[in-house]
Design a protein around this ligand. Sequence first.
Ligand SMILES: Cc1cc2nc3c(=O)[nH]c(=O)nc-3n(C[C@H](O)[C@H](O)[C@H](O)COP(=O)(O)OP(=O)(O)OC[C@H]3O[C@@H](n4cnc5c(N)ncnc54)[C@H](O)[C@@H]3O)c2cc1C
Length: 479
Amino acid sequence: MSAADANIDAVVIGGGPAGSAAARLLTTWGHDVVVLTTTPDRSRGLAESLPPSTQRVLAEVGVLDAVDGAGFYRSTGNTSCWASRERRVETFGSLGYQIFRPDFDRLLLDRAAAAGADVREGTRVGAVRVADDGVRVDYTLNGRPSSTSAQLVIDCSGRAGVVARRMRKYEPSYRTYAIVGVWRSDDGWELSDETHTVVETFEHGWAWSVPVDRSTRHVGAMVDGTSPRAATGRELEAAYRGEIAKTVEMRRLLAGAGLLRVFACDASLYSSRAYAGPRFLLAGDAASFIDPLSSFGVKKALASAWMAAVTAHTCLLHPDRRPVAVDFFSNWERQVYAASLRHSRDFARQASERHPHPFWAARAGVDVPPQDDMDAPDVRAAFERIKGASSIAFRLADDVRLEKAAVIRDHEIVVEDAFPGIRFFENVDLVKLAHIACQHTRVPDVFDAYCRAQSPAPLPSVIAGLCLLVTKGILQTRA
Ligand SMILES: Cc1cc2nc3c(=O)[nH]c(=O)nc-3n(C[C@H](O)[C@H](O)[C@H](O)COP(=O)(O)OP(=O)(O)OC[C@H]3O[C@@H](n4cnc5c(N)ncnc54)[C@H](O)[C@@H]3O)c2cc1C
């Protein structure tokens, strides 16, 4: 360990979106952070779609202006042939980003360094020892062995999972790999909007296409298994062309375009048996990998990094709160993964109806914990009642109990009063909402008062919060 490393608060392994975001946030909040990261291989860099809703978390990380100013190709929506031969066009309310990941990652890593994080590129982390009193991380820097010690480690090493892999739990029915081709056309693309991401199902797989500029698109085929028979060369290209030949939309899109290169990568879904301990946190893809179909991987990685930074900040400042913070973070990761898997299963069910193949049947049959709350019939009934009422009086039930629960305040996890089992719904503070609801007789007034007193929230989330409170017997109503 070098003398300069003696007071390091956190070592972040990996300089992808999760690692850069976690490092930037922790540094901004006053901690000494070292980022250890390998140098990425640009030839295997992916084109990826980020939905417009990513802006919020980019702003939280403090990089929105930089990302907006970087000139990434912007998209107005998606074109989908999912379980259908018809093209469905989804138009976003604002613009999404079509990013070439090596450029995006470079920008975020530079922002982490600019905030004061000690970024050591060209390192490969080997062994990590997590002990009760701190961590020790062994790595090579440009081939030379070195090590560093810190209070805690945040594993953001993605699929490599330097710390995470020993806790990894693969989704057996979602073993998938991607074969990706980079295509160029100087004559445009046969699409009503060339900025769109395109997705298409076929008999035993699905394909996607994301542009990085007007003339270059990445087109991927998602296939069963963990890797193709040949990882490079002519055989891989032949396998790729064989998959694309099974599509209709992609073939039409690529007619006249030239294939520049092909590579393959694992895209299997996984979660973790544990997401954190007093001295380690798994963030981004190190923690779990969600279906690329969602286009939420980077957004999830950034949100996970934000949660990991809040958790690390809390653990570093208040060691007594470590168990609560670790628990809070772990629950968040677990819920995000379950929600995403549920989504993927629902899309697979649609595809399975059109393509009766084991590829889709296995994915459609995946076992996902049921979603509590909004889908339950009693919550739906409360939703209709509240939505339709011109005037409604809420009162707190007489026997309402409060218990202690973890929440985030000012970048820290703290313990506050909560109703048993529910504290927030889609960021709506249910304790605050319940008290505000009792002071009004019209739902729009409750909504306005909540947004004024707390922070602006979408109307459906506020109504859903009221429904949950009514269904759980915390609020009683008189229409
Ligand atoms: C085929 C495919 C298509 C996808 N499409 C989309 C999409 O359209 N939209 C979207 O949002 N997401 C998409 N994703 C998901 C997205 O790529 C990931 O969710 C995202 O990269 C997660 O970011 P991360 O920072 O957690 O991990 P990563 O981006 O994997 O970063 C990990 C970092 O750790 C470093 N590292 C690894 N091992 C070591 C080591 N031993 N020592 C030091 N450093 C190490 C790596 O160099 C890298 O910098 C797609 C994924 C796949 C596979």
